[in-house]
Design a protein around this ligand. Structure first.
Ligand code: SF4
Length: 413
């Protein structure tokens, strides 16, 4: 791959994929032929500086600046003298997300390069890869091809919250794969008390590319505020596609390039089950909406897009998701034990045309009561989704409160 020039094309899908350049199910020979070998250790200072210049944000959903995470671990190591640990996180608890599994099965060497590089640069003796796909033959084959016995594989549970950072740590320490009360930063007190760097597998793959081609190369796609590329899992009509897009891309252009008619959908759920609804199919998908004040932008989160076809009731779909999320909680904190089941019941009542005019106010009050009160952001994100459905689908809301639905193909019982 050669360095590309500043793009002039509109922001949509990438003409030339970056992360999947080596082709489907890439073996080591194809990977090396596409990307070349890992840079030597003599370049480590340069790589660290390039990672910072790239402004890469984490691709697991949190969008935290990756170089800040790395710097925090390095500071902790300098302060404590303890050897750090690096963890590649491919636990996709979100049922609609498939990008991390795709990375681990089609570009495993790029992820393993990122893991090896970060371990080398922060001085970690222990590396872990946590994912549901750790038993996948293509990943095992990749490790065998590299003769890599350093990376410890750990299977994550099939659970919505299994990918949350403290859930991954708990699972690695032999506990439940559920969020824990985060009293400390992982960079200070992570796995077994060691400074810990936990990065999403797509993030690791981007780090491996930046280490080879520079921050300037990384930034030649995307926008200044949302540089580089990212993977999206796009769901439409019961099918999904994983696609690499420009940072700051507009959704209608992505759909057009995927051959999906934007007019075939009435609304879009952006960011997956912890995301929000929009009727604007030309919305811009960004990492951090705060960087785009006053514009129509939505947070891509973990990169999940679900199109809602015409004829499907968005309130029914939201009630299904809120019910799933209420059942997915760890049941450790008040908002999840008491708040989310009630929220799910109220959303179900709204979806099933119960004609209770107090429901919207009850849902709004409950949403504000659960927000900010859990040990993790699960209740906040669940409430945000419920509220976004009430705000975006006001016509449907009025119809349901009057005992009818605008989308007749749905069952409302
Ligand atoms: S807020 Fe809910 S999901 Fe998060 S730790 Fe508490 S009980 Fe678990």
């Amino acid at each position: 791959m050669t360095t590309t020039s500043i793009p002039t094309a509109p922001l949509g899908t990438l003409d030339e994929p970056r992360l999947l350049t080596a082709g489907p199910q890439a073996r080591l020979a194809e990977h090396l032929s596409a990307f070349g070998p890992l840079p030597k250790a003599t370049k480590d200072r340069w790589i660290l500086a390039e990672w910072k210049l790239s402004n890469l944000a984490g691709r697991g959903g949190g969008a935290f600046p990756t170089s800040q995470k790395i710097a925090a671990v390095l500071r902790s190591v300098a302060r404590t003298g303890r050897a750090p640990v690096v963890i590649g996180n491919g636990s996709e608890g979100e049922p609609l997300s498939h990008k991390d599994r795709m990375m681990l099965t089609h570009a495993p060497h790029l992820v393993l390069d990122g893991l090896a590089l970060t371990a080398r640069i922060i001085g970690a003796n222990e590396s872990y890869l946590v994912a549901e796909a750790v038993d996948h033959p293509l990943l095992k084959q990749a490790l065998a091809e590299r003769g890599d016995t350093q990376v410890e594989l750990h299977a994550s549970e099939d659970h919505f919250l299994a990918g949350q950072a403290t859930a991954v740590l708990s699972s690695l320490e032999g506990g439940a794969s559920l969020p824990q009360n985060p009293r400390w930063h992982l960079s200070d007190l992570g796995l077994g008390g060691a400074p810990t760097l936990l990065l999403n597998v797509e993030t690791l793959a981007h780090l491996a590319l930046i280490a080879r081609y520079s921050a300037m190369w990384f930034r030649t796609v995307g926008t200044n505020k949302d540089p580089g590329s990212r993977l999206l899992t796009v769901h439409d009509q019961g099918q999904y596609q994983v696609v690499e897009v420009h940072g700051g891309c507009t959704l209608d252009l992505v759909l057009d390039q995927l051959g999906i008619n934007p007019h075939s959908a009435q609304a879009v759920l952006v960011g997956g089950f912890h995301g929000t609804w929009s009727r604007n199919l030309s919305t811009r998908l960004v990492t951090d909406i705060n960087k785009y004040p006053g514009t129509e932008t939505m947070a891509a989160g973990a990169g999940v897009i679900e199109l809602l076809p015409h004829g499907n009731c968005p309130l029914v779909r939201t009630a299904e998701i809120v019910n799933y999320l209420a059942k997915s909680s760890a049941g450790q904190c008040g908002p999840c034990v008491h708040g989310l089941p009630t929220l799910a019941r109220d959303m179900h009542a709204l979806a099933t045309l119960s004609e209770d005019f107090e429901l919207p106010e009850r849902i709004a009050r409950l949403s504000s009561l659960v927000t900010g009160r859990g040990a993790c952001h699960h209740p906040d994100a669940t409430a945000r989704l419920a509220l976004s459905s009430l705000q975006i689908f006001d016509d449907e809301l009025t119809a349901h409160l009057n005992g009818t639905c605008l989308h007749t193909s749905e069952m409302h019982s």
